[in-house]
Write a protein that binds this ligand. Sequence first.
Ligand code: SR1
Ligand code: MG
Length: 400
Amino acid sequence: MSAYQAFDNEMAIEYINNLGGIFPPDAQLSCYEFGDGNLNLVFRVTDQHNHSVILKQALPYARCVGESWPLTLDRARIEANALLRHGKVCPTHTVQVIHHDSVQAVTILEDLGHLRILRGELNAGRTFANLGRDVARYLATTSFYHSDFYLSAVEKKSLVQTFTNPELCAITEELFFDDPYQDSERNHYPDALSPEVSKLHRNKALKLAIAQLKTRFLSSPQALLHGDAHSGSLFVDDTTTKLIDPEFAFFGPIGFDLGSFIGNLLLNFCAQHGRINEPSKRRDIHTYLLRTIDICLSEFEQQWLSLCAQQGKDSTLLVPGYAEHFLNDVFQDAIGYCGCEMIRRTIGLAHVSDLDEIQDVKARLRAQRLALEVGEQLILHARSCHNKDACYQLIISVLQ
Ligand code: SR1
Ligand code: MG
């Protein structure tokens, strides 16, 4: 197979058989496609002993929209290379790459089928004690080792080139920063939310804050980000946390991933008002989500500062107090991006099941309104937070 072809089940098996080395020579393989994400084909290939791998293939268009939205296959190269680099510094929390082929835009990955996707678990009210700590460790480690604090200036600039990801970044630029704050055919929300959406569109202070956040996204190559760290990109169980799907990876502002993750926890917080009727159960999951955010912020700070102290290489960046100053900007950015994620997942193109699958229409609307209000307040007040604790206090205050 020399030119790119989108696979079906048989082709996925043939590809793995021709490749060799993935399964024993006598393996009898079966396969099914189960991708339900926005962009790719995802096959599970299993042998007669129930050993399996995942074969992920990029399509030359966005799956959730169709062939009318062409999309570069190069995202498969970016994703595989980001996984390899993140996996090198944080293997515990990064899905393992077994093979990559940029021509077929195929990556073979370890099968994480024994774990569950975080979003569905949170929607069902299940909790994971290590989640905040683990995600913070992944984000702090992968960002630190791909920042100017650790890399030489030459290596960093070469990596920025390797991970230049214009088409996928353009998706974020448009869906995350542009569409929700203007009329766009890609936005969708119930008519009953129109007054709230119009209010967002008229809010000049909000638009100014969005412009600042977008500028940092466009022109702050601080570290190699995951780029799409939402609850659907996380596999979990009681002891394990793994990040998948960094096809939006690029060198950007470190607070972006932290904000996306926290934004998804807060979207779930809002959604639980419409999901769990029993007050004490709802309080439990709310308490869990806030505690997870608190742990995540604290652990991120601790990890980052200790990596700077032990592994930091650039003498000017290690001037006493500078790492703390830098981190404070990261936290402010994170709060802003968190607010953006909440708004765009409520009224933009790509929604979250946390909100959309609330059965009761009125309860769903209330949860959506809360998500918009919380997102807006976080964006407006992010720059007033002068340390990590103030960020957490802001989150608490806007939820009340
Ligand atoms: C057209 S892609 C829509 C969204 O799905 C991805 O997971 C990203 O979050 C993107 O914004
Ligand atoms: Mg994805």
